[in-house]
Design a protein around this ligand. Structure first.
Ligand SMILES: *[C@@H]1O[C@H](CO)[C@@H](O)[C@H](O)[C@H]1NC(C)=O
Ligand SMILES: *[C@@H]1O[C@H](CO)[C@@H](O)[C@H](O)[C@H]1NC(C)=O
Ligand SMILES: *[C@@H]1O[C@H](CO)[C@@H](O)[C@H](O)[C@H]1NC(C)=O
Ligand SMILES: *[C@@H]1O[C@H](CO)[C@@H](O)[C@H](O)[C@H]1NC(C)=O
Length: 392
């Protein structure tokens, strides 16, 4: 009131702030110090013991709780386990090793197949004239393949049975990587199936893979039953539900990433033990979750989040669309090679469509280099078409 009077009077500076002069000195600063200390102690407590239960929230309304947790800096990350610390140290070091790319760098084409490869003639045409820039590895899980192309003869690696959905699929991928890593010239590693075909000529694919620092590992968050619904809490503490990811298995990866996959035992063993069909009522498919989740945890910025292998799930059936001889047209190839946005759909009721532009070194480019699935009968038509589109 006094201050107000002083203002109204407007007779001079002395009258504007008369209050403090009449109060006992120190009283107000002491109050401020006590108040600030109390608030500080309270905030420190709230920070160290974030109000998670409703009991801890009784001081606030639930909205108050939310406001406090939004306003505070993020809670400190949980303490890493010994194994995690060791694993992170090794992975960090490998990722920091600069790539040793040179004129002699090769792309490793790794084929995962039950037996003979139906498109060897097509691949031969694709590889022809590019000797020294690629290597081929074949993992045949059921029967010994008969090879028709010289590029495939003697390229079979030791193999083992592969059971759909089980860790044996991931084991076969790791076996291929291990063999391909033996050649130090291999700088990029592509996993392909027997039903895959190339969509561009060799140079286009080689440059696309070699002149970027990304690995093309498909990865997205699916809160639905075919995504996070397959997560098991046995994977804790290293793999939290919020980090669980999904993606198609057909990857292509740079050498450092292939090495960290070889080095990983920690995350791998969690998927081996707790991600399999029919475990505790969940149908977890190891090859759809292990690599996406692993890379999301250890190097999220190092993967593109889409696969360079196209597959058409738009019919929403149990199997993707498979192309027969009569489906092979210029228009089909044009359609697939012009897609430059990657699309993922969640498996919950919302069926949320996640779309991202395919960014290659920051520039939007077509996403796909390979496509599946093609019936063997499609080969002759593909060969005809290939004589045209390989020169584009
Ligand atoms: C890839 O990384 C290397 C080393 O970190 C860097 O020199 C190079 O410019 C990067 N290449 C691209 C295409 O980003
Ligand atoms: C891939 O997604 C992760 C988030 O899950 C993001 O951090 C990363 O930047 C994405 N990669 C690229 C190349 O955009
Ligand atoms: C190509 O795409 C167009 C437009 O989406 C579609 O109408 C057409 O049927 C497609 N053609 C082939 C052969 O897939
Ligand atoms: C390939 O190109 C030739 C000449 O440009 C053309 O006559 C032929 O129809 C093309 N073949 C196919 C399958 O498109």
């Amino acid at each position: 009131m006094k201050t107000g009077q002083g203002w109204r009077g407007g007779t001079g500076d002395m009258q504007i702030l008369p209050g403090p002069r009449h109060r006992p000195p120190m009283k107000r600063p002491t109050w401020i110090i006590i108040l600030v200390s109390l608030v500080t102690v309270f905030l420190i407590c709230a920070y160290m013991y974030p109000p998670q239960s409703s009991a801890a929230c009784y001081v606030f309304s639930s909205r108050g709780c939310e406001a406090i947790s939004n306003w505070l800096p993020p809670a400190p990350a949980r303490e890493l386990t010994d194994q995690e610390l060791a694993s992170r140290a090794v992975i960090r070091d490998i990722l920091n090793t600069p790539p040793t790319k040179s004129e002699k760098s090769k792309v490793a084409f790794m084929f995962l197949t039950p037996g003979s490869l139906p498109f060897e003639k097509l691949w031969e045409k694709f590889f022809h004239g590019h000797e020294g820039k690629f290597s081929v590895y074949v993992h045949a899980s059921k029967e010994k393949p008969v090879h028709l192309s010289r590029y495939f003869v003697n390229q079979d690696i030791h193999s083992d049975q592969v059971i759909w959905g089980k860790i044996s699929m991931v084991d076969a991928e790791r076996r291929l990587l291990a063999h391909a890593l033996k050649d130090p010239a291999n700088q990029h590693f592509v996993l392909l199936s027997d039903s895959c075909v190339p969509l561009h000529n060799f140079d286009y694919i080689y440059n696309y893979l070699m002149h970027t620092n990304l690995s093309f590992v498909d990865c997205f968050k699916d809160p639905g039953p075919h995504g996070n619904g397959r997560y098991s809490e046995h994977m804790l503490p290293e793999i939290e539900k919020k980090d669980f990811r999904k993606g198609a298995q057909w990857f292509s990866m740079k050498r450092q990433h292939a090495v960290i996959v070889m080095a990983d035992n920690l995350y791998y063993s969690k998927f081996r033990d707790y991600c399999k069909p029919g475990l505790e009522g969940r149908n977890c498919i190891a090859d759809e979750h292990y690599l996406p989740t692993f890379f999301h945890i250890v190097d999220p910025g190092g993967i593109a989040n889409w696969s360079v292998t196209h597959v058409d799930w738009s019919e929403r059936k149990w199997h993707p669309k498979s192309y027969k001889a009569r489906d092979i047209t210029k228009q089909l190839v044009k359609n697939i090679t012009s897609i430059d946005v990657s699309v993922h759909v969640t498996s919950d009721e919302k069926k949320e469509v996640q779309k991202w532009p395919c960014l290659w070194n920051g520039e939007q480019r077509p996403c796909y280099l390979f496509a599946r699935k093609f019936y063997p009968e499609a080969q002759d038509n593909l060969l005809l078409l290939f004589s045209n589109y390989t020169t584009i």
